[in-house]
Design a protein around this ligand. Structure first.
Ligand code: PLP
Length: 401
């Protein structure tokens, strides 16, 4: 008998499990709107042109080596990442009060940041929005923090519950950590306006809460890297401290390369250097040092003005295609006379639309139309094309009538 015979079978991950079910379906009209990965109009995964060019440059470099990176990763990647999110002229960077460490994509950055806080910060509670990306509560719980939620989404308006958000953060204990989606909130696609961000900032600073930004979609929401970084920059501009976890999975299409960065903005450069020394002690026993390839690609693109400019165009093209899927889906539903108000499809932003369809309607659409999505009714707009929108609209129409 196996020493493991008592082990129970674990459930599939609620998000990745959608793809498992999709792969088992043999129907030719099947459609996977579960995954958070960009697809072309032809439904194909996309490797950006600038990524191919950067890889060529790397391969052609005769002095290329594969020695270990330092614990904190590739220096030029870290500098470039910090400039990308905080702005090239950020006083925090110029004053040397930011520490940036390369981590394993957004997930790894959140985890390293969480473990650092659990070890060194006096307040162990982190407030995450309700709802949020399904991995957030697990990442922070395993990091050793205690997870609570704040109100975020209002199902009646399919928009922001701003009053609830302010109330809940207002009632949080002084010093508590607050997880904020920098842009393109997952799963709702609902972001605060810049005026609302300013109110959130004032509340957070007045209560000495600690903001922790999750920036998984910079440039992917609006198509502009600077516009999508505005909320983060608003917080950095006031001179206060904050955490930022960056991912290059979506905006550079580097999903499997696992390339991201954790930046901690501190009050002084002395604090930043002590914080960094402790981050190393978190990382070393976890995975020693991060991988080279993906970070080299990003660093090559961020530090070459031609590649950088080309990247911004390719990024905007992805964002624009997603936005055009939103208008097309709304127009198709309107033309069909599908009951209900669907304008939230174009009001929401980023990779996902939170349709408002319930678990029963989702199950119906999967069973009858072979359309796969998470049971909370979240659909990936990046997985749609002009060809598949009519099929989705048919299914949505049937689900609500
Ligand atoms: N945070 C949010 C809100 C996300 O949606 C994702 C990806 O789906 C991530 C972080 C991290 O992704 P990755 O670890 O692939 O960078």
């Amino acid at each position: 008998d196996s020493v493991f015979s008592q082990i129970a079978k674990a459930p599939e991950d609620p998000i990745l499990g959608v793809t498992v079910a999709f792969n088992k379906d043999s129907d030719t009209s099947k459609l996977n709107l579960g995954v958070g990965a960009y697809r072309t109009e032809e439904g194909k995964p996309l490797v950006l042109n600038v990524v191919k060019q950067a890889e060529q440059k790397l391969v052609n470099n005769p002095s290329r080596i594969k020695e270990y990176l330092p614990i904190v990763g590739l220096a030029d990647f870290n500098k470039g990442s910090a400039k990308l999110i905080f702005g090239a002229d950020s006083p925090a960077i110029q004053e040397n009060r930011v520490t940036t460490v390369q981590c394993l994509s957004g997930t790894g950055s959140l985890r390293v940041g969480g473990e650092f806080l659990a070890r060194h910060y006096h307040e162990k509670t982190i407030y995450i929005p309700n709802p949020t990306w399904g991995n957030h509560p697990k990442i922070f719980t395993f990091a050793g923090l205690s997870v609570k939620t704040y109100r975020y989404y209002d199902p009646t308006t399919r928009g922001l519950d701003f009053k609830g958000l302010l109330e809940d953060l207002g009632n949080a204990p002084s010093g508590a950590i607050v997880l904020l989606h920098a842009c393109a909130h997952n799963p709702t696609g609902v972001d605060p306006t810049i005026q609302q961000w300013e109110e959130i900032r004032q509340l957070i600073r007045s209560k000495a809460l600690l903001p922790f930004f999750d920036s998984a979609y910079q440039g992917f929401a609006s198509g502009s890297l600077d516009a999508d970084a505005k909320p983060v920059r608003l917080f950095v501009a006031d001179g206060g401290e904050c955490f930022t976890a960056q991912s290059f999975a979506k905006n550079m299409g580097l999903y499997a390369e696992r390339v991201g960065a954790l930046s901690i903005v501190c009050k002084t450069s002395d604090v930043a250097s002590r914080v960094e020394s402790q981050l190393k002690l978190v990382i070393r026993p976890m995975y020693s040092s991060p991988p080279l390839h993906g970070a080299s690609i990003v660093s090559t693109i961020l530090n070459d003005s031609d590649l950088y400019n080309e990247w911004t165009l390719e990024l905007k093209a992805m964002a624009d295609r997603i936005i055009s899927m939103r208008t097309q889906l709304l127009e198709t539903l309107k033309a069909k006379g599908t009951p209900g108000d669907w304008t939230h499809i174009i009001k929401q932003i980023g990779m996902f639309t939170f349709t408002g369809l319930n678990a029963e309607q989702v199950a119906f659409m999967t069973k009858e139309y072979h359309i796969y999505m998470t049971s909370d009714g979240r659909i990936s707009m990046a997985g749609l094309s002009s060809k598949t929108i009519p099929h989705l609209a048919d299914a949505m129409h049937a689900a609500v009538t």
